[in-house]
Design a protein around this ligand. Structure first.
Ligand SMILES: Cc1ncc(COP(=O)(O)O)c(C=O)c1O
Length: 382
């Protein structure tokens, strides 16, 4: 496939148009071998030695993602957490990193416990405020700025290109957790970021049946080589079947994300002025924090994630989640089925999620059905 002649949706739909040269199959094979034969001359003519780093089933998914993110190389990991923590483990004890106060809670917890005990100097800041970022950067000491946009669970928006400009001036790299935006809506590397990270468990796979993670780099520099070594040596790699499922999932990425965005926008607008709703948090709403930045850096939609604050408070929020019939009451996001959860119950003490907040992951069901189900659940929760 000549990727210069076709749009990203075509690249994804045909997974780069790869066919198996031997069988002419248009779907790839799953390679389960863990090791590869050494040749008589003591070399490996395949370039593959051992499957912890070299499974051919990774190749197509990594190539598709690299193309969609316009990067130099992609790596699959066993989970989003394995991918994200590899970025930090490639740093050195004593390095200073900046991360947002509002971000995926489990990574924030890991940063404040394990990463800190291991010697990273982690500071959490309001990443949406570029002046605050500028004030906290320590030139020559800050090695990494971690961004998540839109950020869990308030869907805070950070201006990627502005953050990259100030971070790079101070000599820091920028990594972006783009799980929620997906490459359909945002390509952080084209906006100056050095690394983009995905929990591929979410939209990339899209069917709530694979745990996976991925990183894509703008340049194959020394830092990236260290990340490669972390994956190979610590071994947080994906299984071949999961890599194969991920390739299949990405073929429908564009229609799934477009449908989720259109539906989320309608749901956000519907409940924005609802008598039982205090506030809807969604970057597609004109009054939302960061709406103008989102309009600049997100294309064709504002994502499938939104949060609703229930006016009657925490108990009513929990009762609403308990009363849905079509939405599934479960954590996670980015699947074809819509999910709802009381976020503070998931994150526990220290969460930035208000007690009355319900996090919604909009799937691809009929939008009217989703709205009607939320209406009846809010009514019954009174
Ligand atoms: C934004 C974001 N980043 C990272 C992760 C971690 O991904 P995984 O669950 O695949 O390890 C998640 C999972 O919920 C997430 O929502």
């Amino acid at each position: 496939m000549d990727t210069k002649k076709v749009k990203p949706a075509s690249v994804a739909a045909q997974a780069l148009g790869w066919i198996d040269e031997e069988t002419r199959a248009i779907a790839p094979s799953i390679h389960t071998a863990t090791t590869y034969l050494r040749d008589p001359d003591n070399q490996y003519r395949s370039g593959r030695v051992y499957a912890r780093d070299h499974n051919p089933t990774f190749d197509q998914a990594e190539a598709v993602l690299r193309e969609l993110e316009q990067g130099a190389e992609a790596l699959l990991f066993a989970s989003g957490m394995a991918a994200a923590t590899a970025v930090f483990q490639a740093l050195k004890p004593g390095d200073h990193v900046l991360a947002p106060k509002v971000m995926y809670w489990s990574l924030r917890n890991w940063l404040m416990t394990f990463a800190t005990q291991w010697g990273l100097q982690v500071e959490l800041i309001d990443m949406a405020d570029i002046e605050e970022l500028r004030r906290h950067l320590q030139p020559g000491k800050t090695r990494l700025v971690w961004i998540e946009t839109p950020a869990n669970p308030l869907w805070t928006i950070t201006d990627i290109s502005a953050a990259c400009e100030v971070a790079h001036q101070a000599g820091a790299k920028v990594a972006v957790d783009s799980t929620v935006a997906t490459p359909v809506l945002t390509q952080p590397l084209t906006q100056g970021a050095d690394i983009v990270m995905h929990s591929a468990t979410k939209y990339l796979n899209g069917h709530s049946d694979v745990i996976a993670g991925a990183l894509v780099t703008r340049e194959k520099d020394d830092y990236w080589q260290r990340i490669r070594v972390v994956r190979a040596q610590i071994g947080g790699v994906l299984g071949p079947f999961e890599a194969w499922l991920l390739t299949r999932g990405m073929r429908t990425l564009f229609p799934r994300v477009r449908q989720a965005c259109a539906s989320a926008q309608r749901i956000a607008e519907h409940f924005a002025d609802h008598p039982r709703v205090l506030e809807v948090l969604y970057p597609g709403l004109r009054e939302a924090q960061g709406h103008l930045v989102a309009a600049k850096q997100m294309h064709a939609g504002y994502g499938g994630m939104l949060s609703i604050r229930v006016k009657a408070g925490e108990a009513a929020a929990i009762a609403t989640a308990a009363n849905v019939q079509l939405w599934k009451r479960a954590t996670s996001l980015g699947g074809v089925e819509s999910l709802i959860e009381h976020r503070a119950s998931v994150e526990g003490p220290g969460t930035p999620a208000p007690a009355d907040l319900l996090r919604l992951s909009v799937g691809i069901e009929d939008t009217d059905d989703l709205i009607a189900d939320l209406e009846q659940a809010l009514e019954r929760a009174r």
